[in-house]
Write a protein that binds this ligand. Structure first.
Ligand code: PLP
Length: 373
């Protein structure tokens, strides 16, 4: 049975070229980048070249890229250090953020008694900018944290507008770009966010590594104490092979972006066309969504709904319901709960997310499987 992977918002398969680079590092460049001998210096060169390469992709300075173990860690660090070290008194975020942001903000209320405000989200998944302006007009030291592309429904924030409004009110702007880095152009000179985070496993790199972009002179301090790695901002021996793999994956993503984006966009159009024929009453959640994510409610009966993911899995097809952390649980996704009414949120829901490795045949197989339920 051919297995079909349509869950690329959860994670992506690693590119063979990335594995090759990483294997070389694992076998040949095992030095500790903090060692002063030639083994260490060699490893240090690899880490710093990777930093330069990643910085170049988003038009940042190399010194503004800090390596972390994942996107979650980077989000935790930025929010936490903004409160602890920059004396941020209030975080404005939204109820459709990833839990890496939402749960961190909740902890910061408990620990630091900060204020957290949630900007309104429209039923189409868009952030309500009028409400953002209203919230920002309260005079408090504020960090705005809004994700670029939503991982469940694929709605896209107008980053430029969000940053402009935030800076007009002298607040700081952080964005979770875990779903968009490597899949769309990001230029931190053109759109001057203060912080952003990324995770390699979402752009065909290895798991267990990510990075934060932290604008020069931000004042952030380390959350993890130990050695002087990452200029004292993130202690712990650098995972050289992971970092090199991440830089290679990002480089390849941007090198191939134009063709891969066209291919994936066509697949999305194709599946929407097929859904219109086979399930005419289906509904897309979110409007003007990112090209690799499609979140739909399907007109299926209740008994079929309970079997949906299981049935697809038996046929070797991987899709997801809401976010990966929630699949299998009966709780509705917090994102859908925010944008859908009580009836719609109970309907069977699928998130189909593509990569350039997918084909029209994969879509056909999914459609046939859905019809046979
Ligand atoms: N933010 C978003 C939008 C995500 O989709 C994810 C992954 O699911 C994360 C953060 C967490 O990233 P990581 O898996 O690297 O911790």
């Amino acid at each position: 049975m051919k297995k079909i992977y349509l869950d690329n918002a959860s994670t992506t398969s690693i590119r063979p070229e990335v594995v090759q680079e990483m294997t070389k590092v694992l076998l040949e460049d095992f030095g500790n980048p903090s060692s002063t001998h030639s083994f260490g210096r060699g490893a240090k060169v690899l880490v710093e070249s990777a930093r330069k390469s990643i910085a170049k992709q988003i038009n940042a300075a190399a010194s503004e890229i800090i390596f972390t173990s994942c996107g979650t860690e980077a989000n935790n660090w930025i929010l936490r250090s903004c409160v602890r070290d920059l004396k941020i008194e209030r975080i404005i975020t939204s109820k459709i953020e990833h839990h890496a942001v939402l749960h961190t903000a909740e902890m910061l209320i408990k620990e630091y008694n900060i204020q957290v405000d949630y900007v309104n989200v429209k039923p189409n998944g868009e952030i309500d900018f009028t409400d953002l302006v209203e919230l920002l007009s309260q005079n408090k030291k504020t960090l705005v944290s809004l994700m670029h592309v939503n991982n469940e429904i694929g709605t896209v924030l107008n980053l430029e507008k969000a940053v402009r409004i935030t800076h007009d009110y002298n607040a700081l702007f952080h964005t979770d770009t875990v779903q968009s880095i490597g899949k769309t152009e990001i230029d931190v000179q053109k759109i001057p966010v203060d912080f952003l985070v990324a995770s390699a496993h979402k752009f065909h790199g290895p798991k267990g590594v990510g990075f934060a972009y932290v604008k020069k002179n931000s004042g952030l301090q380390s959350m993890i104490y130990g050695g002087e790695q990452e200029k004292g901002l993130r202690a712990g021996t650098e995972a050289v092979h992971q970092i090199v793999g991440m830089a290679k994956a990002l480089e390849l993503s941007y090198e191939n972006l134009t063709t891969e984006r066209i291919h994936i966009s066509e697949l999305k159009k194709y599946i929407i066309g097929r859904l219109e024929i086979d399930f005419p009453d289906f509904k897309i959640n979110g409007e003007e969504t990112f090209y690799n994510i499609l979140n739909v409610n399907l007109p299926l009966s209740e008994e079929k709904t309970s079997m949906l993911l299981f049935h697809l899995d038996m046929k070797g097809i991987a899709v997801s319901r809401g976010s990966a952390c929630q699949s299998g649980s009966i709780k509705p996704s917090h994102v859908l709960a925010e944008i859908l009414d009580n009836e719609e949120v109970k309907k069977p829901n699928l998130r189909i997310s593509f990569s350039h490795y997918n084909t029209k045949e994969d879509v056909d197989a999914l459609m046939e499987a859905l019809k046979s339920i």
